[in-house]
Write a protein that binds this ligand. Structure first.
Ligand SMILES: Cc1cc2nc3c(=O)[nH]c(=O)nc-3n(C[C@H](O)[C@H](O)[C@H](O)COP(=O)(O)OP(=O)(O)OC[C@H]3O[C@@H](n4cnc5c(N)ncnc54)[C@H](O)[C@@H]3O)c2cc1C
Length: 425
């Protein structure tokens, strides 16, 4: 029996889904109906439904071949954070434009000296009447070049201990005090950026939560990030176009974007498959290496860990389906994903031997294993590094003593050599 939510979406889609319109118009309709982000409040792109109901919405959109809601960090983390910590005015101002894909947001958290230890951040903001003046540097900011706004954490109270003097802002990116410089990655792409703030301005009414209490808002942002990266319970965003004017998709025909998305999905699938056991086994056969004992052992190890990982995933999904809270399998899952990527990288390049040093069209299979080898590193860093996952497993799963944090209660301005150097510059 389909749920009544599923039935309602189906009826709505029959009347409203059209591929011959622009993306802007389709997302406007989806957000206006509340089916874009069903768990968001009514009138703000949602219907105030439970998170679980969002799954049936995703399924119905996919079954109708309809374009899903806009995806991006603003939609994945910004919206939920504003719902949880923002003011009524902020909810009125930002939620509907996010739900309708009119805005793209980036995450201005990491700095050259603050990644895993985010609370050591040094970008500062000083209040000047109705505005705050921001100076400092962020790094690894995905999508900053096309973002309209950024979720920014900055130090506003250096006399307080490091977790207590941070304020959370939503900053407008298109202003003279914000400079975005792309970083070239080793795989040839440039999705990351450095962002420099030189007396950039944020109105006081764009502070989320209370000034100097931004750590709580940052922690909740990271929780929504983990939830989103792990597949989440929310609606699945579309590959057919990205939100925000600067990404340039809003006035394109939905039918064209769907065709392009189908192609990209194929490329993504091929990239994912490059890490799989079957891709490795067929590479070994093609290169005449499948009788090599070292290669066979590598293949067996990859298969064994891959199967254990798959089964842990099934167990986690079954537990979630039965309404149980996530357990240790979630903590170990990310770690195993990183390890599988590394094993696939090492094994594929070992099978290719000297040909592993070639790139692009000169390499076996047009260099797809080389590209994979250059990208797998990201998994063990993004969303918390492997070492940080091990700390979490040690402390929260194995019950080991907590890592000592000698600087937790010390005023930030009295901390670390790096901080003093930063302030002198
Ligand atoms: C694909 C991708 C996308 C990203 N997008 C964004 C983005 O949009 N916005 C943003 O703000 N950031 C983004 N990041 C940055 C990311 O959050 C950081 O890279 C990550 O938190 C690690 O911080 P770091 O690079 O400063 O490394 P560091 O924290 O300096 O760590 C360096 C090394 O020390 C280890 N280490 C650190 N602390 C400990 C400890 N307590 N115990 C044991 N070992 C430790 C780490 O595991 C690591 O090996 C992105 C990163 C990636 C890979």
């Amino acid at each position: 029996m389909p749920s009544s939510v599923a039935q309602d979406v189906r009826v709505w889609l029959e009347e409203n889904w059209r591929a011959d319109t622009t993306l802007r118009e389709w997302w406007r309709r989806l957000a206006g109906s509340g089916w874009a982000f069903p768990s968001w409040p009514t009138g703000h792109g949602g219907k105030g439904l439970a998170l679980g109901d969002a799954r049936s919405v995703t399924q119905e959109l996919a079954a109708a071949g309809a374009v899903g809601p806009p995806g991006g960090l603003g939609q994945m983390m910004g919206g939920p954070v504003i719902i949880e910590h923002g003011s009524d005015d902020q909810r009125d101002r930002w939620l509907l434009p996010l739900a309708a894909g009119l805005e793209s947001w980036c995450q201005l958290f990491s700095e050259p000296g603050a990644g895993s230890d985010l609370a050591s951040l040094q970008t500062k903001a000083v209040r000047d009447g109705d505005v705050w003046i921001v100076s400092g540097q962020k790094v690894w900011t995905s999508g900053a070049r096309t973002a309209d706004r950024g979720m920014l954490v900055a130090r506003t109270h250096p006399e307080a201990p490091k977790h207590k003097g941070i304020t959370y802002f939503v900053i407008d990116m298109d202003q003279p005090g914000v400079e975005v410089r792309p970083l070239r990655q080793m795989d040839g792409g440039a999705t990351f950026n450095e962002v420099f703030f030189t007396e950039a301005v944020v109105p006081h009414d764009q502070v989320v939560g209370e000034p100097s209490n931004g750590w709580v808002v940052a922690v909740s942002t990271l929780a929504y990030e983990r939830q989103g990266l792990g597949g989440g319970a929310g609606p699945r965003p579309t590959l057919a176009g990205a939100p925000g004017e600067r990404n340039g998709f809003l006035d394109r025909k939905v039918s064209e974007l769907l065709a392009e998305a189908a192609e990209r999905r194929g490329e993504q699938a091929a990239m994912m498959a490059s890490q799989s056991f079957s891709a490795m086994a067929s590479l070994a056969r093609e290169r005449g290496r499948s009788e090599d004992p070292a290669v066979r052992q590598g293949l067996a190890r990859l298969r064994a860990l891959g199967e254990a990982h798959r089964m842990s995933g099934l167990r986690a999904r079954a537990a979630a389906g039965a309404g149980k809270m996530p357990g240790p399998e979630v903590s170990t899952g990310k770690l195993v994903t990183s390890e599988l990527g590394r094993r696939a990288r090492d094994l594929s390049l070992a099978i290719e031997g000297a040909h592993g040093m070639l790139a692009g069209e000169d390499a076996p299979e047009a260099g797809r294993f080389q590209q994979m080898a250059l990208r797998v590193q990201a998994t063990s860093i993004a969303g918390g590094t492997d070492e940080i996952q091990r700390n979490i497993i040690g402390e929260r799963v194995l019950g080991l003593p907590r890592e000592p944090q000698v600087d937790r209660d010390v005023p930030f301005k009295e901390l670390a050599v790096g901080t003093q150097r930063g302030e002198r510059r």
